[in-house]
Design a protein around this ligand. Structure first.
Ligand SMILES: [Zn+2]
Length: 300
């Protein structure tokens, strides 16, 4: 599916919520409250991808987000080392994603239509599963991303994946085809448009990166997809986090030491970035599901 030139620049701000035992429950509730207030102040709608096992612990938060018009998507069931959609069998993937979808649907009492795989690892099996379960979009692929600040650093497929939203081939998710799910890639220009880049390179750098995506979007209609983690805005409980030594699962551990700033500082930098993005004339910040229908309506 091609996206055509349009006078609007659609921006999707997407937050991934992984399973966590290394953040305090009260902090989790507090941060969603703050994010909700920020979204109200800026009058924007956000997209959240929840890991189902985490979602059940903060059900009321999720209901409130959904009732306020923000989108709740699925970010897998457990987000542990086993749940990797680039290598599990079809049956196992079907079992995991079905369970996760059921849990999230039950919490918000609405269909879940957007998916992002844990650690953004995908396969043709995964796309068959989410298509079967009625998902409309997936945003796991980060086309033309090329860096080491990733837990997916061994993925060469991203370099050649289509840049605009596309329907994947049933046999290769990194090529165009006739699968129903629309892949909406996370924005990247070698460097991905994600929060860890904001922490390492700073706000000015992110503003420049955004401006480039903005110009591109005016020319091609490509939506801009930003990725962050709400829990980055709250402190970790010291010594609680278990680090896997598996390089293939988690990427380079040293990348953590590159990140700068306190949790509160990270939130403030995000608010500034979101305000900046919103200040562009053609920008409309929408949820992933809204984008899906807007994209369809413009005859893409
Ligand atoms: Zn995640």
């Amino acid at each position: 599916m091609m996206t055509r030139k349009s006078n609007k620049v659609y921006v999707i701000i997407s937050g991934d919520i992984d399973y966590s035992e290394h953040h305090r429950h009260s902090d989790k509730l507090m941060i969603f409250d703050q994010i909700l207030n920020t979204a109200n102040d800026l009058n924007i709608k956000l997209s959240f991808y929840f890991t189902a096992k985490e979602a059940v612990k903060i059900e009321n938060c999720i209901k409130l987000l959904a009732d306020s018009g923000h989108e709740i998507g699925c970010h897998g069931l457990i987000h542990n080392d086993d749940e990797e959609y680039n290598r599990l069998s079809y049956e196992k993937q079907f079992q995991y994603i079905t369970e996760a979808t059921n849990i999230l649907t039950k919490i918000i009492n609405k269909d879940i239509s957007s998916f992002r795989a844990p650690r953004v690892k995908v396969s043709s099996h995964m796309y068959k599963v989410i298509e079967k379960l009625g998902y409309l979009t997936d945003s796991s692929i980060c086309s033309q991303r090329m860096d080491l600040v990733s837990s997916n650093m061994f993925n060469k497929d991203w370099l050649f994946a289509p840049r605009l939203p596309y329907n994947p081939s049933p046999s290769n998710p990194f090529e165009k085809g006739n699968s129903k799910v629309l892949i909406v890639p996370v924005s990247a220009l070698c460097i991905p448009f994600i929060s860890s880049v904001l922490y390492v390179f700073g706000l000015t750098f992110m503003k420049i990166l955004f401006s480039v995506f903005y110009l591109e979007s005016l020319l091609t209609g490509k939506p801009i997809v930003y990725l962050y983690h709400p829990y980055e805005f709250i402190p970790e409980i010291r010594g609680k986090k278990k680090y896997s030594s598996n390089l293939k699962v988690h990427g380079f551990r040293w990348r953590r030491h590159l990140y700068r700033g306190t949790p509160q500082d990270k939130l403030e930098r995000h608010i500034k970035l979101w305000k900046y993005m919103k200040s562009f004339k053609a920008v409309e910040i929408v949820t992933m599901k809204q984008f899906y229908y807007l994209n369809k309506a413009r005859g893409a």
